[in-house]
Write a protein that binds this ligand. Structure first.
Ligand SMILES: *[C@@H]1O[C@H](CO)[C@@H](O)[C@H](O)[C@H]1NC(C)=O
Ligand SMILES: *[C@@H]1O[C@H](CO)[C@@H](O)[C@H](O)[C@H]1NC(C)=O
Ligand SMILES: *[C@@H]1O[C@H](CO)[C@@H](O)[C@H](O)[C@H]1NC(C)=O
Ligand SMILES: *[C@@H]1O[C@H](CO)[C@@H](O)[C@H](O)[C@H]1NC(C)=O
Ligand SMILES: *[C@@H]1O[C@H](CO)[C@@H](O)[C@H](O)[C@H]1NC(C)=O
Length: 367
């Protein structure tokens, strides 16, 4: 008690010190809240990216090593000669032994010509990024009607950017579509360093994606990149052991896989998946199928939260300059957003920061 009275009797410099201390506390409180806000906002993404840096060597048993060796010596020359048995439209010269840094395969349905035209006009209208060649192709199956097929042939003659497999383009045949696309790639585009598989209802920022791929520090092999999904439903097929090379996997769950809406693989992974795909049941959903094939060759998915998966990322110009993909279902919306984005003005650090915070919060609120 007496101490306090004596404190109060101190002169003004000491009071100022208390005032300063209080202010320090206030500052601490504010900073703490700002930090907490950012941790809540971005922490999950950072943690995910940190913990999903998987170690490929974990799964290297002799079976895996044999698959990798088969992929290395894979010879597709016999495939080239009878390609017409697998494809209605296939421009075998599309890559013509050029160095292609990024091959973009857009999975489209035969009837969606207007969507393809919108994509051609917007994010896919690039041939080079930072001096590296990109090539954009659409992958289709067959439409159910003959008249629609006539339209597809006409479009192909004009645009020269279609690959069409011999199978009906139905939701059930999407795994077959991926298989065909990978087969086509390893046969006719073995020089492409990376392959982006993306659905037609997406926006993809090829510029930032290429920059990211150029900056990969590791040797660009075994790249299988996307929004990683951890399946939680045990799978009957694994449990029964009908698929032997995956049976051993922990917990008898599907392995982790990249959301099939958009994913990037390196050329060697395309070959590995092609080699192992013959042993994997084609009845699996397409994303799982790719994940299982990759895992059978010792390739584990790498997560990046810049892929949106199936979500739509709330539109903000600077946010869209940072992310890799977002779902944009409405074609008119894609055209409109592109119109606003395409200007070359860069985003300042502050604008990017504001864009990321706002699109993160709005995406969260809308979802
Ligand atoms: C190409 O021919 C070989 C041998 O004749 C056959 O095994 C293969 O399945 C054929 N490819 C396609 C796509 O039909
Ligand atoms: C693609 O962009 C170029 C300009 O960079 C433009 O001249 C061309 O018309 C565009 N192509 C399409 C299909 O819109
Ligand atoms: C998948 O494609 C094959 C070959 O065209 C066709 O026979 C089959 O009916 C298709 N499956 C479905 C579920 O549409
Ligand atoms: C593509 O076409 C199908 C049916 O023709 C339609 O259901 C779907 O919404 C279309 N997708 C886009 C992105 O336009
Ligand atoms: C797995 O085994 C259960 C019964 O043990 C059976 O009902 C189910 O059909 C089997 N699944 C497969 C894919 O073989």
């Amino acid at each position: 008690m007496s101490k306090e009275t004596s404190t109060n009797s101190y002169s003004s410099p000491f009071q100022q010190l208390i005032f300063c201390r209080l202010r320090t506390h206030q500052w601490c409180f504010i900073l703490f809240n700002v930090a907490l806000f950012h941790i809540l906002l971005f922490g999950a993404d950072l943690m995910e990216e940190y913990f999903l840096q998987a170690i490929p060597t974990t799964y290297m048993d002799t079976k895996v090593l044999r698959a990798r060796e088969r992929a290395r010596i894979l010879d597709m020359s016999s495939m080239k000669t009878n390609i017409s048995q697998g494809y209605v439209i296939s421009d075998s010269e599309a890559c013509s032994n050029r160095e292609i840094f990024l091959l973009v395969l857009i999975f489209s349905s035969p009837q969606n010509l207007s969507r393809r035209d919108a994509i051609r006009k917007t994010w896919a209208n690039v041939t080079h990024i930072q001096g590296y060649a990109t090539l954009v192709l659409f992958v289709l199956g067959k439409p159910s009607s003959a008249t629609a097929q006539v339209e597809v042939i006409k479009e192909s003659d004009q645009q020269q950017d279609l690959i069409q497999g011999i199978f009906l383009d139905t939701p059930e045949n999407q795994t077959l579509k991926i298989k065909r696309a990978i087969e086509w790639t390893v046969t006719f585009c073995p020089e492409a360093r990376f392959i982006l598989k993306v659905d037609e209802d997406m926006f993809a920022n090829l510029q930032t994606l290429v920059e990211y791929l150029l900056n990969l520090r590791t040797h660009p092999e075994d790249i299988y990149l996307g929004r990683v999904i951890h399946p939680s439903i045990p799978n009957e097929e694994f449990r029964n052991g009908s698929f032997t090379s995956v049976r051993k996997h922990p917990g008898q769950y599907y392995p982790d896989y990249c959301s099939v809406t958009a994913l990037v693989i390196s050329q060697d992974v395309a070959r590995k998946i092609y080699v192992t795909s013959r042993e994997v049941p084609p009845s699996l959903p397409p994303g799982v199928f790719v994940g299982v094939c990759a895992r059978a060759a010792g390739v584990v998915p790498i997560h990046s939260s810049r892929f949106s998966g199936e979500r739509r990322i709330w539109y903000n110009r600077c946010c869209y300059k940072y992310i890799f993909t977002s779902t944009v279902s409405e074609t008119s919306q894609l055209l409109q957003e592109w119109e606003e984005m395409k200007g070359d003005e860069d985003c300042t650090l502050l604008e990017t920061y504001y864009g990321l915070v706002s699109c993160k919060i709005m995406t969260y609120l809308e979802g």
